[in-house]
Design a protein around this ligand. Structure first.
Ligand code: BG6
Ligand code: MG
Length: 211
């Protein structure tokens, strides 16, 4: 392992916006009369907004038109952004902030690799906009995780080859993306039980034991 750069997923790794995604999708699916729970929510980790909606609509009793799907996704995003607007720098734990700062001190290039189109807004809310060396997100990709595009772009932005990068992920789809991109896959949270991960973290600061 010759790691020079570390690419972090955002939702569920740096910030716990995964719970806001859940609450927003829950509100929308309750209104549609579609069953939705935490287990289904775990399948949405790392998956784009429209692909997430397709997974939710699997539980629906009818087909939805493209226009209806766009409307539902927009509604979900409005509810989600309502939660984001209340975020403050205190939504990034001391543990995460201190670990990121220490990794930077150790000379690693640090990037974000997130499927979310709200990435820049979230980074702004938590005062991390200027912290990372690069941000690759839902606005610069065509295919979301498990496709490696978002991480390959992040590596390109920090001018490293994939094998010089480690990816920190809470999503099974994100671990798959890191592996198929040729990167070291580091799992935390929900992804910690995934056997494809190269390294498993019990807690975020465990990063300092490996890098
Ligand atoms: C990922 C989340 O980071 O971003 C997914 O894990 C989410 O749950 C995806 O669907 C897209 O997010 P957004 O903010 O563009 O709707
Ligand atoms: Mg995530």
């Amino acid at each position: 392992m010759n790691t020079k750069g570390i690419i972090f997923d955002l939702d569920g790794v740096i910030v716990f916006t995964d719970k806001f995604h859940y609450l927003a999708w829950k509100a929308v699916s309750d209104e549609l009369g579609i069953y939705f729970d935490e287990k289904i929510n775990n399948r949405l980790r790392g998956v784009s907004r429209m692909d997430s909606l397709e997974i939710i609509l699997e539980g629906g009793k009818r087909e939805y038109s493209e226009n209806e799907k766009i409307e539902i996704a927009e509604k979900k995003n409005e509810i989600y952004k309502g939660y984001l607007s209340k975020m403050t720098p205190s939504d990034v734990s001391d543990e995460v902030r201190k670990t990121l700062t220490e990794l930077k001190k150790r000379g690693y290039l640090l990037a974000i690799g997130s499927s979310s189109k709200n990435t820049k807004y979230i980074l702004e809310r938590v005062a991390l906009s200027d912290f990372f060396d690069a941000v690759s997100d839902g606005t610069n990709i065509k295919k979301s995780k498990p496709d490696p595009e978002v991480f390959l772009k992040a590596a390109e932005f920090i001018k490293l080859s994939p094998c010089e990068c480690a990816v920190i992920e809470d999503a099974f789809a994100g671990i798959d993306a890191a592996k198929s991109g040729g990167m070291t896959a580091v799992a935390i949270g929900d992804a910690a039980s995934y056997e494809k991960a190269d390294i498993v973290l019990g807690t975020f600061s465990d990063l300092l034991k490996h890098f």
